[in-house]
Design a protein around this ligand. Structure first.
Ligand SMILES: Cc1ncc(COP(=O)(O)O)c(C=O)c1O
Length: 399
């Protein structure tokens, strides 16, 4: 991992009003935007209110085009390979449901797969007769690439995995999976919902055909924003599951022509204020440098994991993987975690409690107890980790 230039934490905090009177460890839920990202949205909403929504769109066309360029730069892709969307699930499903599955086709995925993705595979299997198969984990809890290699054959039509699962600090070996997918000519969809914004993502190095991410998590964008990347030669062969009069040109009473680029996966109407805010957040991430963000986030999370084990009686860290990220999941014996979360929130500390159904196969396979998920970003500090550790200790004492 390249470490980049160290993050100027004081600057990051200065640019983020939300972190002034709040300790936010729910960045994997929805992170805090910078003031500039917030302002970008408000200014566009004000422009819409002042001159009209369509007119504001036309006036800001250059900046709107810039959103595609910024996302493409982040991914080492072309702007024409980017479609904007409203959530990771919407983007992911658009690609997935546009693939032509037939009876007996195999879809390979991970044990740690996200609920929405896995239910969509099951739905597709129900409709088409395709078969969903889970690649086992290796000893470190990652997708086992040797097992994947053995499972890959001509009936496998899709390898679809998460880069970072919803319920842990694990980073799956996305590029090794990409090498296998490429060597067998299998379509490869990567859910980068939790890695975008905290790790560098290079679609050439990863070798995926499609990749999705949401705006609100580590990208620090607004809610209701997301993107889908589709490799140009792949998108040219695809007929999206839904097509509107923006995704395609309406030629005559019986004909339409799909757009030549990834915008064939979009619908016309969009929340441009949010998407412009998202574009700003992408530019900010590029400004810091993703290697620098990764180094900061990983260092904070590693230190938090160590301190949990050493200082908090009964804390069990459940993060797997050789390479770990900025998400820390832990249980605390039989403590009521919903109550704990509320107690922490009363102390202005945000964490989330991991619902078992968000990664049900993994919850069942590992017999996971209820877990707290604490996820860090560049504006978090070691003092804030001190405060969380102290609060965990203080709230465990009887009143
Ligand atoms: C791994 C993973 N994939 C997909 C999603 C879904 O993202 P969205 O809510 O934007 O659809 C999540 C959300 O937590 C996630 O953790």
């Amino acid at each position: 991992m390249s470490h980049g230039v160290p993050i100027d934490v004081a600057r990051a905090r200065g640019e983020t009003s939300g972190c002034r009177d709040l300790i936010h460890f729910n960045n994997a839920g929805a992170s805090l935007p910078t003031d500039a990202t917030l302002r970008t949205q408000i200014e566009h909403l004000e422009l819409e209110a002042r001159i009209g929504g369509y007119e504001a769109h036309a006036q800001e066309q250059g900046r709107i085009d810039g959103i595609y360029h910024s996302i493409a730069t982040m991914l080492n892709a072309a702007p024409t390979e980017i479609a904007l969307s409203t959530s990771n699930t919407a983007a992911f499903d658009l690609f997935l449901y546009s693939l032509p599955f037939a009876a007996g086709d195999r879809i390979l995925t991970t044990q740690s797969e996200y609920g929405a993705n896995y239910i969509a595979y099951l739905h597709i299997a129900e409709k088409t007769g395709a078969i969903v198969e889970v690649v086992p984990n290796n000893g470190a809890g990652e997708i086992d690439v040797e097992a994947l290699e053995l499972m890959a054959d001509e009936r496998v039509k899709l390898i679809s995995i998460n880069h970072i699962p919803t319920n842990g600090g694990l980073v799956n070996p996305a590029a090794e999976v990409g090498r296998i997918a490429r060597s067998h000519g299998i379509t490869y969809l990567l859910d980068a919902c939790q890695s975008a914004g905290q790790l560098p993502l290079d679609v050439e190095a990863i070798g995926c055909d499609a990749l999705t991410a949401t705006g609100r998590k580590f990208m620090r964008g607004p809610r209701g924003t997301a993107f889908l990347y589709v490799r140009q030669p792949v998108l040219e062969t695809m007929h999206p599951a839904m097509v509107d009069h923006d995704a395609a040109h309406w030629v005559d009473g019986s004909t339409y022509e799909l757009k030549p680029d990834a915008q064939r996966f979009e619908v016309w109407e969009k929340g441009w204020a949010g998407l412009l805010g998202f574009g700003n957040a992408v530019d900010e991430a590029l400004g810091w440098g993703l290697p620098s963000i990764e180094a900061r986030v990983t260092e904070l999370a590693d230190s938090f994991r160590e301190r949990l084990i050493e200082e908090v009686p009964g804390a069990l860290v459940h993060d797997l993987g050789i390479k770990k990220c900025g998400i820390v999941t832990f249980s605390l014996g039989d403590r009521n975690l919903d109550k704990l979360k509320a107690e922490l929130q009363a102390r202005r500390i945000n964490v989330s409690v991991q619902p078992p159904g968000s990664a049900l196969l993994d919850t069942m396979a590992r017999d996971l107890p209820p877990m707290i998920r604490a996820s860090v970003h560049i504006f978090n500090t070691h003092d804030e980790i001190d405060a969380l550790i102290s609060a965990l200790l203080a709230t465990s004492q009887p009143d």
